[in-house]
Design a binder for this molecule. Structure first.
Ligand code: GAR
Length: 215
């Protein structure tokens, strides 16, 4: 195992409030790892400002600059590899990734989704939850696999859904939990406490860590 701290890069497409929560938790030492870069597909993402404020490189790999999905993904992989991260964190990254990149970072790429998976995959998950009439909603942090929003679940946090909620109100309530769940999942990863067994994630205790990346 490396003697120095682990490293991660964050991919985000917009506001970047989860990115900020992760940065804050890394800065205070709760996440025992260093964020090496922000990578975004959106040149207007507010997340870029957050990276700048934190003194972290922000890279734009814009889908529109490439002729097709394959060349885009090749460029994205190159942008990530430049930092040789232990973990790739998808924090509101709104593009579906292809199989090459997902396979490359298998077991080392995590995503947050604003629903209790497997319910309400894809876009507007919070509005889907309101429309369906569920009484409990929440967020899920999971490892990324080739099937969208279907990878092994690391952590879920719940919130109540009240009569009169709309998608935006529920999204705000869930977001508060996202900002707790995501740093916690990343911390567990870097504490080497996550073990994937089939589609189930087992969480080891702090004194018997599970095997992780050894190079
Ligand atoms: C978050 O609610 C995140 O769960 C969601 O986008 C938002 C990003 O907010 N992600 C997805 O819907 C992915 N399918 P943020 O930019 O403020 O972190």
């Amino acid at each position: 195992m490396k003697a120095e701290k682990g490293t991660f890069v964050v991919l985000a497409s917009g506001r970047g409030s989860n990115f900020q929560a992760i940065l804050d938790k890394a800065a205070e030492g709760y996440i025992p790892a260093v964020c090496k870069a922000l990578i975004t597909d959106n040149p207007d993402a507010y997340a870029i400002e957050r990276a700048r404020a934190a003194g972290i490189p922000g890279e734009v790999v814009s889908f529109r600059s490439f002729s097709d999905k394959q060349t885009y993904e090749t460029a994205l992989i190159a942008a990530i590899q430049k930092y040789d991260p232990d973990l790739v964190v998808l924090a509101g990254y709104m593009r579906i990734l292809g199989s090459e990149i997902v396979r490359k970072y298998s077991g080392r790429m995590v995503n947050i989704h604003p629903s209790l998976l497997p319910s309400f995959t894809g876009l507007h998950a919070q509005q889907q939850a309101v429309n369906y009439g569920v009484k409990v909603a929440g967020c899920t942090v999971h490892f990324v696999t080739e099937d969208m929003d279907a990878g092994p679940v690391i952590i879920q946090r719940t919130v109540p859904v009240f009569e009169g909620d709309d998608g935006d109100i529920l999204a705000d309530r869930i977001l508060i939990e996202e900002h707790k769940a995501f740093p916690e999942a990343i911390r567990l990863f870097f504490e080497r406490r996550l073990r994937i067994e089939g589609r189930v994630v087992k969480i080891g205790n702090a004194h018997s860590p599970s095997p992780g990346r050894d190079d």
